[in-house]
Ligand binder design. Structure first.
Ligand SMILES: [Zn+2]
Length: 642
């Protein structure tokens, strides 16, 4: 049993959510660090799971005519199957509806109650049902809406148990002042510390309005608040209050969370722990959010990245690589399929793929697949050796600060160095000249670069590394190797290489674009905007006099199937315009609508009617649909559009 331990968790995900890129991101990151630490000889405990209590699932089950647990049993499979697809190596999967968890939660509640850290009071506040949280008046949105989801809040008053957060304010500040890495990145640390300095209020931790949850011991009218319940999962999996796992793993606990749930993890949770006499986790790392091609992802926009689809289209390893390479772990990132395809082509097919293919091809050609040994290392070779040793160190440092993008950049600069080394040493020339001793050394150095690269990419791309390992003719699996024991030359023991299939075939961009367009069209998204107009000066635009008008009358025009004769009111005058809306709008739909009209267009006669202006409407390329442009709030008629 190794003496070094490492405990990493993802948040437990809300069981009724459709797994998306955010869930995938946190879980892949936790998987990468777990695999890496195992390779460094750590005894790793990696947990994920699902949060299954609360009002949302209760309601959702009711709508579907199921019990809450039936719904949870069904939807938990969405997560379990995604983790299988994404090759996640978690050691435990906890569901908050499990008995082991209920026992732990009750035990902790009772203990905090008996020592006076939980008391009974009344709670009144504005509550967001979907987010399951009370919103303080200071952060409510316009019209008493939730600042997170924008939905209307409900006023609730209830008897509630409270956690005595305020009592531990000073202890927590003290803890953070002495543990600067307990919240990462630094911006989040500062954010939390200043939040605590602003003063903490006791947290309501029970509900009488909800039935689906763990009952308060001895007061079954109350159900334990879902956050209090959920956070405890990190202790449940360790077998709290005692036992081997608590001793081994808890002192090495690290939580990966999205930046939206950092207050629960960095204020409520550590206070619960301090009250229980347990040290807070070593680090809570808050990562950023993903947008999609520049926009916030939302189901209604149809721009949610489906991780199953991405893994299916591009391969699990390419998806894992892209997510961690593209954006620093603590910052927000933008997901674009185009960017992913470009990375596959440049980093994976080109840099990594070429180094492997060229090297194995030469070992095959010059050495009948047997890896030669290096003889005399020249300066250039020694420089590679130094680079490699530095790479291993840098990877270690950056892994420890969860800078996954930096880790990958470092590995890829070694790979690029390898490709450059081929160009510098020109092995084909050495072969032609019969300088076989030098050729052997060059091939051995290249083989060494590949072996180390293979080991270092293994936590990120386990399947790819395994395929590479086989091609390199190594025994066992790359993830079973101990990185700490790695020494220059240790791989070059007359291995026999097996040049195999290309790891990442190049994606043909033209073909890809066409297929992507077809996929998007089938999802109702237009990616091809059609022809663009030439750029114009601002004055050109200013010449158009556009104003807000209201439709005040409508009639058909004899023998014109598409046209309406529309009376509009501009406030300062009334006009008639003719417009081709008849196939898309009924008269009732249009009457009274406020629209945008180009007023200084030369009048034109259409089917005998003089049209004095033109209204603005949008339509997707190649489709019959139409949408009218209307002002988004009340504004006087005749207002200029600019
Ligand atoms: Zn909300």
């Amino acid at each position: 049993m190794p003496s070094k331990h490492f405990y990493i968790t993802t948040p437990i995900y809300y069981v009724n959510d459709i797994p998306h890129i955010g869930h995938s991101y946190t879980t892949i990151a936790a998987d990468v660090i777990s695999r890496y630490k195992r390779m460094c000889g750590y005894d790793v405990f990696f947990c994920t799971g699902t949060d299954e209590h609360g009002q949302k699932i209760q309601r959702s089950a009711l709508e579907k005519g199921m019990t809450a647990i039936e719904l949870a049993d069904k939807t938990v499979e969405n997560f379990k199957s995604l983790w299988k697809v994404l090759n996640i190596s978690n050691d435990d999967f906890i569901r908050t509806t499990e008995q082991r968890h209920e026992i732990t939660v009750k035990q902790i509640f009772e203990r905090l109650m008996s020592q006076g850290d939980i008391y009974k009071g009344t709670y009144e506040g504005w509550y967001c049902v979907p987010c399951e949280t009370y919103v303080p008046e200071s952060s409510m949105g316009d019209g008493k809406t939730c600042p997170d989801c924008g939905r209307p809040l409900e006023k609730m008053t209830e008897e509630s148990y409270f956690l005595r957060i305020s009592k531990y304010e000073k202890d927590l500040l003290d803890y953070y002042e002495h543990n600067l890495k307990s919240i990462m990145p630094r911006t989040r640390y500062n954010e939390i510390v200043s939040f605590i300095r602003g003063g903490l209020r006791d947290q309501s931790i029970s509900r009488t309005s909800i039935k689906w949850g763990i009952p308060v011991p001895g007061d079954e009218e109350h159900v334990i608040y879902v956050w209090f319940d959920a956070l405890i999962n990190y202790l449940t999996v360790c077998g709290y209050p005692d036992g081997d796992f608590m001793n081994r793993y808890w002192p090495e606990a690290r939580h990966f969370v999205g930046k939206d749930i950092i207050r629960f993890h960095c204020v409520v949770w550590p206070i619960m722990l301090i009250a229980l006499g347990i040290n807070p986790p070593v680090t809570v790392f808050a990562h950023g959010w993903w947008t999609f091609e520049g926009e916030k992802m939302s189901k209604s926009k149809g721009n949610v990245v489906d991780p199953f689809e991405m893994a299916d289209l591009y391969g699990v390893d390419a998806f894992r690589y892209f997510l961690l390479r593209e954006v620093p772990f603590g910052l927000d990132g933008d997901f674009s399929e185009m960017a992913m395809v470009q990375r596959i082509n440049s980093d994976l097919a080109n840099d990594l793929g070429n180094l492997l293919n060229r090297t194995l091809q030469m070992i095959k050609g010059y050495r009948e697949n047997v890896v030669p040994s290096a003889t005399t290392l020249e300066d250039l070779d020694l420089e590679i050796k130094t680079t490699m040793e530095l790479t291993l160190k840098e990877v270690e440092t950056n892994m420890d600060s969860f800078a996954f993008d930096e880790v990958l950049k470092t590995i890829w600069s070694l790979i690029s160095r390898g490709n450059k080394y081929i160009d510098q040493t020109m092995p084909w020339k050495l072969g032609r000249e019969g300088n076989l001793e030098r050729l052997d050394t060059v091939l051995a150095v290249l083989y060494e670069i590949l072996s180390v690269s293979c080991l270092l990419i293994a936590p990120f791309m386990p399947e790819t590394a395994e395929k590479m390992w086989i091609q390199l003719g190594q025994e066992g699996k790359p993830l079973e190797q101990n990185l700490a024991e790695y020494k220059w030359g240790s791989q070059m023991k007359n291995a026999t290489v097996n040049k195999g299939n290309i790891l990442f075939p190049r994606i043909d961009m033209d073909k890809w674009k066409k297929e992507k367009e077809e996929r998007d069209m089938s999802k109702g998204i237009i990616t091809d905007p059609g022809d663009h107009e030439e750029e114009v000066e601002i004055d050109y635009f200013k010449n158009l006099e556009m104003r807000v008008a209201q439709i005040v009358s409508i009639e058909g025009i004899p023998k014109a199937n598409k046209l309406y004769k529309i009376g509009i009111d501009l406030g300062y005058e009334k006009r008639t315009i003719v417009s081709g809306l008849k196939e898309n709008f009924s008269e009732e739909e249009l009457l009274g609508k406020k629209i945008i009209v180009v007023c200084n267009l030369k009048p034109a006669k259409l089917r005998g009617v003089l049209s004095n202006g033109m209204l603005l409407a949008a339509s997707p390329k190649g489709k019959e649909e139409l949408a009218l442009l209307t002002p988004d709030r009340d504004i006087p008629l005749g207002s200029r559009v600019s």
